[in-house]
Design a binder for this molecule. Structure first.
Ligand code: PMP
Ligand code: PLP
Length: 489
């Protein structure tokens, strides 16, 4: 394909980086793909080790059975039933190890993509005509590939003004500049985004941003989740200003406060469909133009070491991403792909079982979040030195330190937020607690006009509620004692 047209009048080829435009397909993969459509054809061209020489004939994964409504608890206690997923090289399986262990296409195994397409249809109402799936080695791999797909040296990308440094560091070496957009507990403020775009002066600032990198649920680090209204307004802005949205959503599955599922709805439509209706609609679900690259990961719901995720986007961008994969990382690990295919198949967890696991995980993390907040309120009380918003998703709490109550705090030109926060970080560290300071996440934009004085807004720490109750109790205890001493100093 040479281009992609979504809704009438949308043409996306001009978003591609020079690197993408210059990239050639891997010529051997192109020939190999020809032979996929002609299984009777003898392929003596590829240096593919013969399957009889693979030293594995069978693999099994022991997993919790996910038949009841709270499999996570039973699994943790070791009291629940277990289930074994099998795959074989020479006997029938969902994916034979013959296919999984040989060289494959960059997009990943067809069976895995088809299973994930079902997940997408359920959660984002996508159709395979408008959006296709390419597997990734997790969101870090996917997001950085998207930067290379779209970014030219000198380009400016929009981003939340506090963001995940693993991902915001990456394209700096490509000479991509970040333009930070203010956010609050409901995520990016659309008016701020619009102001930046309207005020943009191409003569002085270079090409107007054509990419937004956003973390819509349980944003890392602020824990904010974009409201539906804001999502719609941001998508409309993206259409108006011709912006591609990179929707990095590793915490999408961890949305809280959705309550128990309605038993009648579960009986009528199944567990997965009933759960899906409770989730915030993604940018992908609104994407009539094909301008969303949605990035999903199994890291937070299965395990980060799986290194498996998927990119959903228009087929034109997908082809370019596959070309990058075919000439760099190659497809994800075969055994991981086997696990996903076996797990999502009806002989494994199936879609309902997978979502039962996810919902049970949400319930567990929600309990941990609530424990964190209750402990925090008890320790900090009404001393007024710190506060925390209750996040609707993800793993993070953005703890605000009320520096304005400190006798040594100075605002205005002599603002000493960074100095005081550094002192508090050091005091906490000496007392035995590490929290992530806001400065770690602050995006210092290239255009000083875009978000002035971010240092004055760095009076936050990122804390996680992933850990055990004992860890949280001890950590928040240290925080309470230390902050009271700090404010008295
Ligand atoms: N993006 C964000 C916003 C994240 O929080 C993380 C995980 N910390 C990643 C990407 C990387 O995820 P993965 O393990 O899927 O590469
Ligand atoms: N460590 C590594 C190596 C990672 O890749 C990541 C996330 O990508 C993390 C830790 C966790 O990051 P966070 O603390 O934001 O969850």
């Amino acid at each position: 394909a040479t281009s992609f047209t979504g809704a009438p009048g949308t043409e996306l080829a001009h978003h591609l980086s020079c690197e993408t435009q210059a990239r050639l397909p891997n010529p051997m993969k192109s020939i190999w793909k020809l032979s996929l459509g002609r299984p009777e054809c003898i392929n003596m061209g590829n240096g593919d080790p013969h399957h009889t020489l693979y030293p594995v004939s069978e693999i099994s994964f022991k997993v919790p059975a996910v038949t009841n409504n709270d499999p996570v608890q039973a699994w943790r206690n070791g009291t629940g039933e277990t289930q074994v997923l099998h795959a074989y090289k020479d006997e029938p399986s969902v994916i034979s190890l013959r296919s999984a262990l040989r060289y494959g296409a960059g997009a990943g195994l067809l069976e895995v993509r088809q299973a994930l397409e079902k997940v997408n249809r359920l959660l984002h109402s996508t159709t395979s005509n408008t959006h296709t799936i390419t597997l990734s080695l997790g969101n870090a791999d996917a997001v950085t590939k998207c930067y290379r797909l779209l970014g030219n040296p000198g380009d400016s990308f929009l981003v939340e003004e506090f963001s995940f440094p693993g991902m915001t560091n990456a394209p700096l070496a490509q000479n991509i500049k970040w333009v930070p957009v203010k956010l609050d507990e409901k995520g990016i403020i659309p008016e701020e985004m619009e102001r930046i775009l309207t005020d943009w002066n191409e003569a002085a600032q270079g090409r107007r941003p054509h990419v937004l990198y956003t973390i819509p649920c349980g944003q890392n680090p602020t824990g904010s989740t974009l409201s539906l209204d804001r999502r719609q307004r941001i998508y409309e802005l993206a259409r108006k200003w011709d912006i591609i949205i990179i929707e990095d959503d590793p915490y999408f599955f961890l949305q809280y406060d959705i309550g128990a599922l309605d038993t009648e709805a579960v009986q009528r439509d199944g567990f997965a469909a009933s759960f899906a209706r409770k989730l915030a609609p993604s940018f992908l679900s609104m994407d009539v133009d094909g301008r969303v690259l949605r990035i999903d990961s199994l890291s937070k719901i299965l395990a980060p070491g799986m290194r498996l995720g998927w990119i959903t986007c228009n087929p034109f961008f997908a082809e370019k991403l596959e070309m990058l994969t075919d000439s760099s990382t190659q497809h994800p690990h075969g055994l991981g792909q086997v696990f996903v295919a076996e797990m999502l198949a009806e002989t494994g967890w199936g879609m309902d079982g997978f979502i039962r696991w996810v919902k049970s995980l949400c319930d567990e993390y929600q309990r941990r979040r609530d424990f964190f907040i209750d402990t925090f309120r008890r320790e900090i009380g009404d001393c007024g030195f710190a506060s925390a918003e209750v996040p609707e998703a993800g793993m993070f709490i953005w703890v605000r330190v009320h520096l304005e109550c400190h006798t040594r705090y100075q605002s205005g030109d002599d603002d000493n937020t960074i100095v005081l926060m550094q002192e508090l970080f050091q005091n906490l560290f000496e007392a035995g607690l590490v929290l992530m300071p806001a400065t770690t996440f602050a995006i210092v934009g290239s255009g000083a006009k875009s978000t002035p004085h971010i240092h004055t807004r760095c009076h936050f720490f990122r804390a996680t509620f992933c850990g055990t109750e004992e860890t949280m109790e001890a950590g928040i205890g240290i925080f309470g004692k230390t902050i009271k001493k700090f404010f008295a100093s």
